[in-house]
Design a protein around this ligand. Structure first.
Ligand SMILES: *Cc1c(COP(=O)(O)O)cnc(C)c1O
Length: 395
């Protein structure tokens, strides 16, 4: 049996999205900027895709800028707010300690450029509260940027409450909603979100395309300079096939959210219940406000990398953290941020589900994970030390 349980890293494309893309490779191949009718057909498709994405988020089409993905959208949103803030003498930014690297590394670069960043503590409930944001806001704060939901541990942040706090304080609010778009109900106006990033390949759309919602009136700076595409805010001939695939995938995900969410959450809950029975294990992430597809655990006395390789041999594709950190030996910054010590953070497993997974696949995971954990512990010197009392259990 082959089980793909790494949907937080990327998803398989839906047939709906594939079908929506195909005409733009050979039939409707014009450049949307061309004045002739071939180009104008492409322009119409671009406009329609923009309207679809806007409708799914509850904003106006002109508030959507298409990008090359979530990372670019995060970079553009944060840099724009920082530059805008600096012009008014405001150089303080609030974020969290468990952001995606697209946000964290952008913030680290801004710190080198003289900005000050407050990273909110995420140890309590593996989440933050709007009160923490409120207390961190200063007269010189120009931006609050918090993810909508965490890609490694699944915590869903209190976005509407944070939006309200930011609005009352007159501070811009950006959210990296890459894990939320297509999976959770988003309404940027009701939630007082000023800027929001999303990425198509996390909701069964194509890779290499995303979008940034920017509330009307907020000035954007360009990351890519060149032609006047995207109202002059993002140069380069549009990835029309990708954009149309993304719009179709997002609409499909939003149209079926109310049936998919409970189905996926039921599989998640069965996995969490089953894996919690493994001794000396701990669930990572907010147990209550949690992405429907996220299961994240730490198992004491094992190495996450070995666990992943053995699971792969048994047909289960999973992750030990974010795809971006895999391959490096440093434990995930997210697991360290929620307070896991290095040794424990190394023994992590993330299973991320989608509506394409089945109950039979969940059964398979529930059989093989305990087997593999037991085997790895049986050959682990660390586990022997724990069992003989040379070392103290942490979990
Ligand atoms: C995947 C991901 C990104 C990056 O999106 P890309 O489209 O791959 O650039 C950013 N933030 C979060 C939370 C993600 O999960």
């Amino acid at each position: 049996m082959h089980v793909y349980a790494d949907n937080a890293a990327t998803t398989a494309m839906s047939q709906v999205a594939i079908d929506a893309m195909l005409p733009y490779f050979s039939e409707i191949y014009g450049n949307p900027s061309s004045l002739h009718s071939v180009g104008q057909r492409a322009k119409e498709a671009l406009d329609a895709a923009r309207a679809t994405v806007a409708q799914c988020l509850g904003c106006e089409p002109r508030e959507i800028v298409f990008t090359s993905g979530g990372s670019e959208a995060d970079n553009q949103a944060i840099r724009s707010a920082a530059i805008y803030g600096a012009k008014k003498g405001k150089k303080h930014i609030i974020s969290t300690a468990f952001e995606h690297h697209a946000v964290l590394h952008t913030l680290q670069r801004l710190e080198k450029e003289g900005f000050e960043v407050t990273y909110l503590d995420v140890r309590h409930n593996h989440n933050i509260t709007a009160q923490q944001v409120k207390e961190a806001i200063r007269p010189d704060t120009c931006l609050v940027t918090t993810m909508y939901a965490n890609n490694e541990i699944g915590s869903i942040l209190p976005i509407a409450e944070i939006g309200k706090v930011c609005k009352e304080a007159g501070v811009l609010f950006h959210t990296d909603a890459v894990q939320a778009a297509g999976h959770l109900h988003i309404d940027v106006k009701a939630q007082n979100i000023d800027m929001l990033s999303l990425s198509a390949h996390k909701f069964h759309g194509p890779k290499g395309v995303g979008a940034l919602y920017v509330r009307r009136g907020i000035p954007l700076v360009n990351i890519i300079d060149g032609g006047a595409q995207e109202r002059g805010k993002r140069a380069g001939t549009e990835n029309l096939a990708g954009i149309c695939g993304m719009a179709a995938a997002l609409k499909d995900a939003c149209d079926h959210m109310d049936e998919n969410m409970p189905k996926v959450a039921a599989m998640r809950d069965r996995l969490i219940e089953g894996l919690s029975k493994i001794p000396h294990s701990a669930l990572n992430g907010d147990p209550h406000n949690r992405l429907p597809g996220n299961v994240s655990f730490c198992f004491e006395g094992i190495e996450g990398e070995s666990l992943l390789l053995l699971l792969d041999m048994k047909g289960v594709a999973a992750s030990s953290g974010s795809a971006c950190t895999s391959g490096s030996l440093d434990p995930s910054h997210v697991l360290l941020a929620i307070g896991r010590v290095h040794d424990v953070a190394h023994g992590s497993l993330r299973l991320s589900l989608s509506e394409y997974n089945t109950d039979e696949e969940v059964d398979h995971i529930l059989t093989v994970v305990p087997e593999v954990v037991s085997y790895l512990r049986s050959i682990s010197p660390v586990w022997r030390d724990l069992q003989t009392g040379k070392r103290e259990y942490i979990l």
